[in-house]
Design a protein around this ligand. Structure first.
Ligand code: SIN
Length: 550
């Protein structure tokens, strides 16, 4: 098939399709939005760069945090769940967003169950759901499926409904750039198939539901697809992002020497059911660190493990251990973790599991309202790629599937309302991006330098090293392959993260500065907004400019 390229490195599209709403990504937020938008009568197209079931959602283990009517601990409530979310978020949550999204949880879970999701029951004869606890939660309120395979069940349900309802899905196509009108409204996207053929999807509304950025680091709980493409596309389309410096490290992925890429998660729910973190000498890691001990918020536990590894007698350790030997029926309750352990020769019933922190979740992202509207007309975001204000500086465990379910539903309604009110631009005015190249750093160097200097324990000098490596090693590269689009996204997101992390001279939530170890509320109890300068560099901007994204 002919696929001509002009002098600016821009290909001529081979095909051109139309929809009311194009959804980028097939995880919980994207498929929830797509299904509901179709129910509302919109013509929807889902675009995903892998297979439809390959989103980040399916790797989620612990569950969905939700306080359901008549099924909760005696003194638990939706308000308490919101309070725990605000405490974990370390002063940067948007309280209204927290109350609205957490408050929408019970109805969202009920809808998902109506779509066919099966959660674990408290016991064989009970209609009540089993509940566990995770870090930062003051009550047992995390429902789960298949023991520790909650994400897989959520994804299975939504993929099955998507197929039943014949929602069209374009698999193995990566979104490259937004199609914009001369006034800057987003009216579609360009996409590349796996052999580099360019197509255009014109739509008055584009929803980014493309997940996170875990592949910025050498070791992550995220799959290979988590390369920040949606965030980069949004920045290039003129949207504002915020809180990008807050990348949550999960305290416990399975440690194997020299592991790279996606490492198996060791769910926090194991600690919820009594396991404890110990170091190589058997000493408890969390003793005296936080009143919640092993169930402290995730940022606290990850930082404590990192400190313990650094202070290990005889030099730096690369892991600690999770002692789950006291949990009866481990293999049945946590089959996914059990299988991952057995695969590397560890028997969790008889010996502690070697664990280490790894990049897990982007707490910040594209600035949106609780309805997924971004600062650019026609562009919406939901799920991990978005920053609604739910997570602040540190996400509370098991709040992300919940957010995807709630905001996925709301964003479909927002798009339908914006279309009905004539607020969105006509796709026929969309102009193809004139340039299809972007700065690209070599992925391995980027991941190495981010892991060394941009993980837990950052400082001015280390962040400057990342900036220099990115400056010196980037080359303008045509975005003609999936790999080039992903590498351009990782490069831009790393630049944005480092810009924000260097400016935030304090430690808060997941942003831990060894040269500024204390939280500084007087100077820093606000989010930092970031956008691209006309020359394409991430710059921090004044909060006043986005007051109306709500
Ligand atoms: C876990 O199961 O520990 C992860 C759940 C989450 O990230 O919310």
């Amino acid at each position: 098939m002919s696929d001509p390229v002009n002098v600016y490195g821009t290909k001529t599209p081979v095909w051109d399709a139309r929809a009311d709403l194009v959804v980028i990504g097939s995880g919980v937020a994207g498929l929830t939005a797509a299904l509901h938008a179709q129910e509302l009568g919109l013509q929807v197209l889902v675009v995903t760069k892998a297979a439809v079931e390959d989103g980040n959602t399916r790797w989620a283990q612990g569950g969905v945090a939700v306080v359901m009517d008549g099924e909760h601990d005696d003194d638990d409530s939706v308000a308490k769940h919101a309070e725990d979310t605000l405490t974990a978020g370390a002063g940067l949550c948007d309280e209204d967003a927290v109350r609205l999204i957490i408050g929408g949880g019970p109805a969202a879970v009920a809808r998902l169950r109506d779509r066919g999701a099966r959660f674990d029951a408290a016991d064989a004869d009970s209609a009540e759901l089993a509940r566990t606890r995770e870090g930062g939660h003051s009550a047992f309120r995390v429902i789960h499926a298949g023991g520790d395979a909650t994400g897989a069940e959520v994804e299975r349900t939504l993929v099955a409904r998507t197929a039943d309802r014949r929602v069209p899905v374009l698999e193995r196509h990566i979104a490259v750039d937004a199609l914009r009108t001369p006034l800057g409204e987003v009216v579609g996207v360009t996409v590349l198939d796996s052999s580099g053929v360019l197509g255009v999807v014109r739509a008055p509304a584009v929803l980014l539901a493309s997940g996170g950025v875990g592949q910025l680091y050498q070791a992550t709980s995220n799959p290979e697809i988590a390369t920040g493409d949606g965030l980069a596309l949004a920045l290039r389309a003129g949207a504002l992002a915020a809180d990008v410096e807050f990348v949550q490290f999960h305290p416990t992925v399975l440690f194997t020497p020299g592991a790279r890429g996606r490492c198996p998660l060791v769910t926090e729910a194991i600690r919820g059911e009594g396991a404890t973190l110990i170091d190589a000498t058997g000493a408890p890691v969390m003793r005296g660190v936080h009143p919640l001990g092993d169930l402290a918020p995730r940022d606290v536990v990850s930082a404590a493990i990192t400190r313990r590894m650094t202070l290990a007698p005889g030099g730096v350790d690369d892991h600690v251990f999770l002692d789950a030997t006291g949990i009866p029926g481990f293999a049945k309750r946590f089959p996914t973790v059990h299988a991952a352990c057995v695969a590397v020769g560890v028997d969790p019933a008889g010996e502690p599991i070697p664990v280490t922190p790894a990049a897990h979740f982007a707490c910040g992202g594209v600035v949106t309202s609780v309805d997924g509207r971004s600062s650019v007309r026609g562009l919406y975001a939901a799920g991990e790629v978005a920053k609604t204000g739910l997570h602040g500086a540190n996400r509370l465990a098991s709040n992300s599937l919940l957010e995807g379910l709630v905001v996925g539903q709301r964003v479909a309604e927002a798009v339908a309302a914006d279309l009905a009110a004539g607020l969105l631009a006509n796709p026929k005015f969309g102009v193809l991006p004139s340039v299809m190249t972007a700065p690209v750093a070599e992925r391995d160097s980027l991941q190495r330098v981010m892991s060394r200097y941009g993980a837990i324990g950052r400082d001015t000098d280390g962040l400057a090293v990342i900036s220099s490596v990115l400056d010196l090693s980037t080359l303008d590269t045509p975005l003609w392959t999936h790999e080039a689009v992903e590498d351009a996204a990782l490069t831009l997101v790393a630049q944005a993260l480092v810009t924000a992390a260097a400016r935030r001279t304090e430690s808060r939530g997941c942003h831990v500065r060894s040269d500024f170890p204390d939280r500084d509320d007087a100077a820093w109890s606000h989010s930092q907004l970031i956008r691209l300068s006309p020359s394409g560099h991430p710059v921090l901007t004044d909060p006043i400019l986005v007051e109306d994204v709500a």
